[in-house]
Design a protein around this ligand. Structure first.
Ligand SMILES: *Cc1c(COP(=O)(O)O)cnc(C)c1O
Length: 409
C-alpha cells in the first residue's frame, strides 16, 4: 500500500505529492507509539528524531517545530533585527522564506538570481551588502544547493548571518556536506509535498550554537525568552509595608520573545524518524524521475535543462527547465497544452518582490530582472516526485513531445 500512489492516481500526471509516501514502516511505528500508552508530547520520539536529524545534516542542534514556516519565524527571532537593519533575500522562493520579515522595521533587499539554478546570484549579493546588512535569507531552489562557500566567504568576515531555507534540500549535498549545516541556520519543512513528511505538517531548525538551542527550546515550549537575573539586589525597591516577607528569587529583566507552542508531537516525530531512514530511497526516486526527463529533453534546441555542477547532488524537489528565447515557443501556450494533455502544471514561484505585500513596501518590476524574465516567459516546472509511477512518466514524456511539437507548428 502506498497512500501517495493511490491519491496521485486522481490526476493523470499530478504535480504535487500531497499524500506523502507512507507505507508499512510508518504504520508500524504509529501502532507502536499509540499502543505504548506513553506520552504523546515532548517525549522520546521527538528527542530521537532531533538527534538523528542533527547527525544526518551535520549540525550540532536540530529542534522540531510545527512547520517550515515556524522554523523560518524562529530563525528571524534569533537574528534580533533592529530598526534600519537590512536583510538580503531571494525573490525566487515560496513566500514563507521571508514572510516573517514583513512585520519588522527592516529593509529587505531582494537579490536577483542565477539563470540556471534560480539561486541567488553571488556577484549581485556582494553588491547589495552594506554596513547595515545583518542577514541573508536564501533557498536551495528546487533542491539544487546554492554556492555556499562563495556566499559564506562574503558574509562570514562581516558577521552577516545566513539562513538557509532547506525546505527543498533534504537529500541534496554540496561538496560532500549537507544543506542545513552549510551556513548559520537551516530551516526544513516536512509538509506532505516535501522530501519526507511528518504526517502532513512539520519542520526543523538546525544550527551549531548552544545559546540558540536554549533559546529556541524556550520559545517553542511556551516559555518566554528572557534574560533573568536574581532580584535580591532590588528587594529594597519593593514597598515592605505592601509585601512583608517578600522572598521571590528571580526577576525578568528583558523579554526578547514571548513563547509560543510549536513543538512536534510524538506520532509525527516517530513517523519523521522512519521517513528519515527512507530518505535515500525517496531521494533516489526523485533523481530517477529527473534523470528520465533530463535524458528526454537534453538534445532539444528549444528547451534548456538545468546544469548540475559536479560537486553537488541535486535534491530534485522541483524539476526545472527553460524554454529557450528565440525558439519560437510560447511558454504560456506550452503550459496550457500540457494541461490539456492531463499534466498538472504549477509554476514555482511568482517573484516575491512583485507580491502586493512587498510592492506596497516599495518593491517593483525591474528589481530582479532575471527572476522576472524567467518566471514570465521561460521557466517550466514539471511534475517530479516519488509518487510518480513509470506509467505517469511515460504519459508525461509523451505529453511533452506532443505539446512541444504543437507549440513549434
Ligand atoms: C514548503 C516551504 C516552506 C514552508 O514550509 P511549511 O512546512 O509548509 O510551512 C518554506 N519555504 C519553502 C521554499 C518551501 O517550499
Amino acid at each position: 500500500m502506498s497512500t501517495g500512489m493511490s491519491r496521485a492516481a486522481a490526476a493523470e500526471v499530478p504535480f504535487p505529492m500531497l499524500g506523502g509516501v507512507l507505507d508499512e514502516p510508518e504504520l508500524a511505528v504509529l501502532g507502536e507509539v499509540l499502543r505504548s500508552g506513553d506520552r504523546l508530547s515532548q517525549g522520546q520520539w521527538r528527542d530521537r528524531f532531533e538527534r538523528a536529524f542533527a547527525d544526518h545534516v551535520g549540525a550540532r542542534h536540530a529542534l522540531t517545530v510545527t512547520s517550515g514556516t515556524v522554523a523560518l519565524e524562529m530563525a528571524v527571532r534569533l537574528l534580533d533585527l533592529q530598526p534600519g537593519d537590512e536583510v538580503i533575500a531571494t525573490p525566487q522562493t515560496f513566500q514563507a522564506t521571508v514572510h516573517a520579515l514583513l512585520g519588522l522595521p527592516v529593509t529587505v533587499r531582494f537579490c536577483d538570481i542565477d539563470a540556471n539554478s534560480l539561486n541567488i546570484d553571488v556577484a549581485r549579493m556582494a553588491e547589495l551588502v552594506t554596513p547595515r546588512t545583518r542577514a541573508v535569507m536564501l533557498v536551495h531552489y528546487g533542491g539544487l544547493p546554492a554556492p555556499m562557500d562563495e556566499i559564506m566567504a562574503i558574509t562570514r568576515p562581516r558577521g552577516i548571518v545566513v539562513v538557509e531555507d532547506c525546505a527543498h534540500a533534504l537529500g541534496a549535498s554540496y561538496r560532500g556536506r549537507r544543506p542545513g549545516a552549510l551556513a548559520d541556520i537551516g530551516c526544513f519543512s516536512f509538509h506532505s509535498s516535501k522530501t519526507i513528511t511528518t504526517l502532513g505538517e512539520g519542520g526543523m531548525i538546525t544550527f551549531d550554537r548552544d545559546d540558540w538551542a536554549e533559546r529556541v527550546a524556550r520559545i517553542r515550549g511556551n516559555d518566554c525568552d528572557g534574560v533573568y537575573r536574581a532580584a535580591t539586589a532590588r528587594f529594597d525597591e519593593v514597598p515592605k509595608a505592601l509585601y512583608p516577607g517578600l522572598a521571590h528569587t528571580h526577576e525578568c529583566v528583558t523579554v526578547r520573545d514571548p513563547g509560543t507552542n510549536a513543538t512536534m508531537g510524538e506520532p509525527a516525530a516517530a513517523v519523521g524518524l522512519v521517513q528519515l531512514g527512507r530518505l535515500a530511497e525517496l531521494s533516489a526516486r526523485r533523481r530517477h524521475v529527473a534523470g528520465v526527463l533530463d535524458d528526454h529533453l537534453r538534445d532539444r534546441d528549444d528547451i534548456r535543462i538545468q546544469a548540475v555542477p559536479p560537486d553537488v547532488v541535486h535534491g530534485r524537489h522541483l524539476y526545472t527547465c527553460f524554454v529557450e528565447p528565440g525558439s519560437g515557443i510560447d511558454r504560456n501556450a506550452l503550459i496550457r497544452s500540457l494541461e490539456d494533455l492531463g499534466v498538472e502544471m504549477w509554476l514555482r514561484y511568482f517573484p516575491l518582490h512583485l507580491l502586493p505585500e512587498w510592492r506596497s513596501r516599495g518593491h517593483d518590476f525591474g528589481e530582479c530582472p532575471t527572476a522576472e524574465r524567467l518566471w514570465f516567459g521561460s521557466q517550466l516546472n514539471l511534475p517530479c516526485h516519488p509518487a510518480l509511477t513509470d506509467i505517469h512518466l511515460e504519459r508525461l514524456v509523451a505529453a511533452l513531445d506532443k505539446a512541444l511539437a504543437g507549440a513549434r507548428a
